[in-house]
Design a protein around this ligand. Structure first.
Ligand code: ZN
Length: 132
């Protein structure tokens, strides 16, 4: 298993990690397979979405804030209940196909770590399964 560290700079932020994952795929020498990604955290997540227009990330973060406000009425007393909920909405794992040694993503797609309780240093666990 490979692990990458992602340093986040704000409480809520989407950090693109596509190129780091591509590096790991390249080094694996796997031509055809599946790349699994997982974050072992309860207040961040992973998603795939547009990496061309940064306002898409902002819209997702703003809409999640509207649905799950930081200052809502929660039982969890640590002050980050919204981050736990957003983490479950977004999810903790992804997979991407590998074809011809490269991640098979759509033209406008990028892989993002979704920080909801930063700034922190996060780990992404990566496992590559060879299918050829
Ligand atoms: Zn908590």
């Amino acid at each position: 298993m490979e692990i990458i560290n992602v340093k986040t700079g704000r409480r809520k932020e989407f950090v693109e990690i596509t190129s780091q994952i591509e590096d790991i795929v390249r080094k694996s020498n796997v031509k055809n397979g599946i790349c699994f990604l997982y974050v072992p955290h309860t207040t961040c997540g992973l998603t795939i979405n547009e990496n061309a227009d940064p306002s898409v990330k902002k819209d997702i973060i703003d809409k999640l804030d509207e649905l799950v406000p930081e200052d809502g009425n929660y039982s969890h007393m640590e002050g980050n209940a919204d981050a736990h909920i957003k983490s479950s909405i977004v999810g903790h794992s992804l997979y991407v196909f590998i074809e011809n040694g490269r991640l098979k993503l759509g033209t406008w797609q990028g892989i993002f770590l979704c920080e909801f309780d930063g700034p922190r240093i996060r780990n992404v666990w990566i496992k590559i399964l060879k299918t050829e």
